[in-house]
Write a protein that binds this ligand. Structure first.
Ligand code: NAD
Ligand code: ZN
Length: 250
């Protein structure tokens, strides 16, 4: 049964001319980064901080940076796993045109996918940015300021508020990334979802767009997702062993 499903996925990939991979937090759990919605996931511990609250309140900014540095060790130590390596292979051989990700961990780039082929819908938590002028600030500098000197980080250039380079709830989606993701979605004939519960919009709209536009849709996710009934192939299995097998990567 499992082998049949993996074979079906292998065939779908072989038949595709241009595939897109769409990833969520589930592809990184095998690297030791918890997802949001699984038991023990981040949301069993924390309520998300809304963008408006981060901007409006110093206390919220302090709380956000406290959380960031409480979890940063895990993020820094994390390395790409078999699922990331399988995706990288498909990009390298030209089967996958781009990787649309909801993840903020930078592990696709760390696995060797060229940065220009990774579309980060929710930004990146491995560095920070000024909300006013966009100037980049490294986490080491934020750590020095916040952890060592007990001050909130501010932009060196313009004095603006500094935040991790992620998109929070309540924050506008990045326009260029949304546009690129839309173009890639409409150009593919196979759309592969790896490790997303597909409940966060607008990100979860891309598999729907792909399918409506005539692409095949494959979903690999441990638990059922919102879009399983809509897909051509659903594998409710672990990503690393399943996708690694299908693509032939260890
Ligand atoms: P999610 O937590 O809503 O869903 C993850 C899904 O992956 C779950 O349905 C779970 O069953 C599945 N899963 C977990 N481990 C798996 C595995 N090894 N194999 C197969 N399936 C597995 O995550 P989401 O849909 O990506 O959305 C939540 C938001 O959280 C995203 O927008 C993202 O920005 C953010 N987030 C990112 C990270 C990260 O960068 N690694 C981690 C946590 C949350
Ligand atoms: Zn600035």
């Amino acid at each position: 049964m499992a082998q049949d499903q993996i074979e079906a996925l292998r065939r779908m990939i072989a038949e595709a001319g241009r595939a897109v991979v769409f990833t969520g937090a589930g592809i990184s759990t095998e690297s030791g980064i918890p997802d949001f919605r699984s038991p023990g996931g981040i949301w069993t511990k924390y309520q998300p901080i809304m963008f408006q609250d981060f901007v409006a309140s110093e206390e919220m900014r302090r709380e956000a940076w406290r959380r960031k540095f409480a979890t940063d060790e895990t993020m820094r130590k994390a390395e790409p796993n078999r699922g990331h390596r399988a995706v990288e292979k498909l990009v390298r051989i030209g089967k996958v045109s781009s990787v649309i990700t909801q993840n903020i961990d930078g592990l696709h780039q760390a696995s060797g996918v060229p940065a220009e082929k990774v579309i980060e819908l929710h930004g990146n938590t491995t560095y920070a940015k000024c909300l006013d002028c966009g100037e980049r600030m490294e986490l080491d500098a934020v750590r020095q300021c916040f952890v060592v000197e007990d001050r909130l980080p501010v932009c060196e250039g313009c004095g603006g508020v500094v935040k991790t380079a992620t998109i929070s709830f309540g924050q506008a989606m990045p326009e260029q990334e949304m546009r690129r993701a839309q173009i890639e979605t409409l150009a593919c004939d196979l759309f592969i979802v790896l490790g997303s519960s597909l409940v966060v919009y607008p990100a979860a709209g891309f598999p729907i767009t792909a399918k409506r536009n005539g692409a095949r849709l494959a979903i690999i996710n441990r638990e059922p997702t919102e879009l399983d009934d809509f897909a051509d192939l659903v594998l409710n299995r672990e990503i690393g062993p399943t996708f690694g097998d299908a693509v032939g990567v260890n």
